[in-house]
Design a protein around this ligand. Structure first.
Ligand SMILES: Cc1cc2nc3c(=O)[nH]c(=O)nc-3n(C[C@H](O)[C@H](O)[C@H](O)COP(=O)(O)OP(=O)(O)OC[C@H]3O[C@@H](n4cnc5c(N)ncnc54)[C@H](O)[C@@H]3O)c2cc1C
Length: 447
C-alpha cells in the first residue's frame, strides 16, 4: 500500500519513522524545502560562513515522545539532558539565583531552590506555596479563563514580583505571558513539567538542528522509504470522502492509499479544493493565531560566559546560550544566542536597531561583554513560531482524523493537548501514523 506524508517537519518525520517500521508500506515523504526539520532546522548562512538554527530549541525531560523519537533514530547522543535541573537566573540588579533539582521526591523537587530565590520576598514565597499545591490537584479540563485569572483566584496578586516569577515559567514554555494563555495550558506546564520531579530537567541539541532531522530522514531511507525534497505539494485530489493523489510543484502526480498531512494550517488549506477549504471541519484551521520568537546570534572576539546557558529576569534578554560550549567549538572567541520568546515588540524592529538595543542590555547584564568586540551578528525573526494559546484558540486545533477517511493530520498546531512544541509535533505525527495504520488494516480486512 502506498502512503504519502506531506511536510518534513518533526510531525511528518515522526510519522514517517513510525510508518517506515511497518512491512508492506511504500512510503514517500514530500518536503517543500531542500532540507528536513521545518521550524526545528538549521541553515548555513553563506555571508557569515556559519550554520545557524532557525531558533534555539530547548526541551524538558517530560518531553517523553520527543526523547523516544531521538533514541529511535539514533540521535540521543546529539542532544544533552541535564541529569538534574540546574539553571542560573540573574536579575537586572545583579542578584543571582540558582534553580536546581533537589533529591526531594515528586512535586517537592524544585521547592528548596524556589524558596531560596533572591527575587521573591518571604511574603511572596509564602503566597506561592498554596497556589503550587492547588495546581497539583486541579483538574485541567475544568479550568476556565486565562492562567493569570487562575493565579489570581488562587491567591497570586498582580504584584510585579509575582508576575515576574510566573512569566519566568510561562513565557519560555508557552511563548506568551500568563494573561494570554489558557488556565488549562498554564496548569499543564506546572503539572507536567514543574511539579513532577525530574520532569523539568533541561535538554538541548549539541548539533545544528538540521542534523537531528537528517538522522530521521536517514532512518526512513534505510527502511526503504523515499524522500522528495525541494518540491512542495500544490494540490490534493479528493473523490467523495477519499484522497486519491497529490500534485507536486513540478507537476508530478503521486497516487496513494493513505495520506498524512503534516503541513502548517495555511499549507493544508492551500492544497485543498475551495469546497474542502470551506468545509466546517477544515475552515477552522485558518483561524489559528501565532506568536513570534526572535533570536540574536553574536560572535564575540573573546569568551564572556562560562556556563552553557543563563536566564534573566525582568530583562528583554530572556535567555542566553553559549553556543560555542554547547556545540563544542574550539576556535577562539565565543558564539552566543539570545533567545526571546513572545517577542511582539521586537519583531517589527529593523535588525540593526534590535542588535544595538539587545547588545546595550547585554553589556549591562554581563560586564565581560563591555570589553568584547562583536565580530558579526545575525537576527533571526520567526513571526509564526508557535500557535497562540489564548482562550478560545483550542477550537481551531483540528483532530488527526478528518472527514476524508484516508487522510490524517499532524503538526504541533493540531489538537495534541500539548503546546506548540517539538513534543507536540512528535506526538501528533505518531497519532496520525497510528490512525493511518488502523485505517489501512481495516481496508485490508474489507478486501
Ligand atoms: C524560533 C523558534 C524557537 C522554538 N523553540 C522551541 C523550543 O525551545 N522547544 C520546543 O519544543 N519547540 C520550539 N519551537 C517550536 C517547534 O519548532 C515546533 O513546534 C515544531 O518544530 C513544529 O513541527 P511541525 O512538524 O509541526 O511543523 P513545521 O516544522 O512547521 O513543519 C511543516 C513542514 O511542512 C513543510 N511544508 C510547508 N508547505 C509545504 C508543501 N506545500 N509541501 C510540502 N511541504 C511543505 C515546511 O517546509 C515544514 O518543513 C520553536 C519554534 C521556533 C520557530
Amino acid at each position: 500500500m502506498k502512503v504519502l506524508i506531506l511536510g518534513g517537519g518533526l510531525a511528518g518525520l515522526a510519522a514517517g519513522c513510525e510508518l517506515a517500521d511497518r512491512e508492506g508500506l511504500e512510503l514517500t515523504l514530500i518536503e517543500r524545502r531542500p532540507y528536513l526539520g521545518g521550524r526545528a532546522s538549521s541553515f548555513f548562512h553563506k555571508g557569515l560562513g556559519e550554520e545557524v538554527d532557525l531558533g534555539q530549541h530547548v526541551f524538558l525531560r517530560c518531553c517523553s515522545a520527543y526523547l523516544t523519537f531521538l533514541r529511535k533514530i539514533g540521535a540521543q547522543e546529539m542532544v544533552s539532558l541535564q541529569p538534574r535541573l540546574s539553571l542560573e537566573v540573574r536579575g537586572r540588579d545583579g542578584r543571582v539565583g540558582l534553580i536546581r533539582g533537589s533529591p526531594l521526591p515528586g512535586p517537592l523537587y524544585l521547592f528548596p531552590s524556589i524558596l531560596r530565590l533572591p527575587f521573591l520576598s518571604p511574603r511572596e514565597k509564602l503566597r506561592l506555596l498554596p497556589a503550587l499545591a492547588r495546581a497539583l490537584t486541579s483538574r485541567r479540563s475544568r479550568a476556565e479563563g486565562t492562567f493569570r485569572e487562575w493565579l489570581e483566584r488562587h491567591g497570586q496578586g498582580r504584584t510585579a514580583e509575582s508576575e515576574r516569577f510566573w512569566d519566568f515559567l510561562i513565557l519560555p514554555t508557552l511563548n506568551d505571558h500568563s494573561e494570554n494563555v489558557t488556565a488549562r495550558m498554564g496548569l499543564m506546564v506546572l503539572q507536567e513539567a514543574f511539579l513532577k520531579g525530574h520532569a523539568a530537567d533541561l535538554g538541548y541539541p549539541r548539533v545544528g538542528l538540521s542534523h537531528l532531522a537528517a538522522k530521521a530522514g536517514d532512518y526512513i531511507l534505510e527502511r526503504g522509504g523515499e524522500l522528495i525534497l525541494g518540491k512542495g505539494a500544490e494540490a490534493l485530489q479528493i473523490e467523495g470522502d477519499l484522497a486519491r493523489s497529490a500534485r507536486l510543484s513540478d507537476g508530478q502526480v503521486l497516487e496513494a492509499d493513505g495520506f498524512i498531512i503534516a503541513l502548517p494550517p495555511e499549507g493544508l488549506l492551500r492544497i485543498l479544493s475551495q469546497e474542502w477549504q470551506l468545509h466546517s471541519f477544515f475552515a477552522r484551521a485558518g483561524q489559528l493565531a501565532w506568536n513570534p520568537i526572535v533570536n540574536l546570534y553574536l560572535w564575540l572576539d573573546r569568551p564572556v560566559l562560562e556556563g552553557e546557558l543563563l536566564a534573566f529576569l525582568d530583562s528583554p534578554v530572556q535567555w542566553v546560550f553559549n553556543k560555542s560550549k554547547i556545540l563544542g567549538r574550539t576556535r577562539p572567541g565565543q558564539e552566543l544566542c539570545l533567545s526571546l520568546s513572545g517577542a511582539w515588540e521586537l519583531i517589527s524592529l529593523p535588525p540593526e536597531r534590535l542588535f544595538q538595543m539587545l547588545l546595550e542590555e547585554l553589556r549591562r547584564l554581563l560586564p565581560g561583554v563591555r570589553e568584547a568586540k562583536v565580530e558579526q551578528y545575525l537576527v533571526v525573526k520567526q513571526l509564526r513560531a508557535t500557535i497562540s494559546l489564548v482562550p478560545g484558540m483550542e477550537a481551531y486545533r483540528l483532530p488527526s482524523r478528518t472527514p476524508i477517511k484516508n487522510l490524517f493530520l499532524a503538526g504541533d498546531w493540531t489538537d495534541t493537548g500539548w503546546p506548540s512544541t517539538m513534543e507536540g509535533a512528535v506526538r501528533s505525527g505518531l497519532e496520525a501514523a497510528r490512525h493511518l495504520i488502523d485505517y489501512l488494516a481495516g481496508r485490508s480486512e474489507e478486501e
